[in-house]
Design a protein around this ligand. Sequence first.
Ligand code: ADE
Length: 305
Amino acid sequence: MLSRRCALRWSIRLPADCAGSCALSLIRPARYDRGVRIDILSLFPGMFRGPFDESIMGRARQAGRIDISLHNIRDYAEGRHQVTDDYGFGGGPGMVMKPQPIFDAVAAVRAMDAEAGRVVLLTPQGRTLTQAIVRELATLPRLILLCGHYEGVDERVRERLVDDEISIGDYVVSGGEIAAIVLVDAVARELPGVVGSPASLVEESHASGLLEYPQYTRPAAFRGMEVPAILLSGHHGEVAKWRRRQSLLRTALRRPDMLARASITAAERAWLAQALATRETVAASEDEHTDQAPHSGPRRPPAIE
Ligand code: ADE
């Protein structure tokens, strides 16, 4: 019969023939003979059930390139009731995750592999996840992801156990599980053989430090909206130039902070300045005609041509 811990890992659909092992096979990067191992420590391992079965992560799993194991922190809590949280000292709302179950869970999970791994706490207080951080994590042989919940974890966990703290953005989600799913997916995409075409990794937003150019598919004309003619021309050089310019323009309009860090030639900078100036002139005259103030809140970004 499966142990309780093992049964939890089975709950994220292990291959039918893996009765002796609780590890979920996902991705194995070429640069590590033994592949990347990701251990996830959580109070709610059931939350990982769907996401690891579908799409990229599902494919990666089938390709057998990563080993993911889920561990229920509650299994390591002492006492008859296996309590994992308690009121915070000093008062205040909400509960805090107790140190004992986490310390024991990390020690036990660590001992499951000779590679110590990096213990990463998912928390809104961590460094904000970027593609550069994703790439860094994708080179490590082992990650131990600790999913925070409630008002957070006892500070002694941060001080003594945690090597790295990661946030998926400046907002709060219901727990570190959601953040861990985002992180694992992003790391999986960086591993060799997981995304079909390596070119799509290079061209997608953030990979090059710019946002991706606009994409179109058939039909070429849809309800009066035409695909830019250059994309139908068959001139690969011109298409590449158009795409690069669209990336520059789109990044300048939506994420000027990224543009400041991107590597751009002097000629591209000059073209961009001109394109932005032209847009401003056009937008001002349109506002005059329609007697509308320029939009400042959420809106569909202006069409880029
Ligand atoms: N837990 C709650 N919100 C989070 C966030 N933004 N990033 C990581 N973990 C979280």
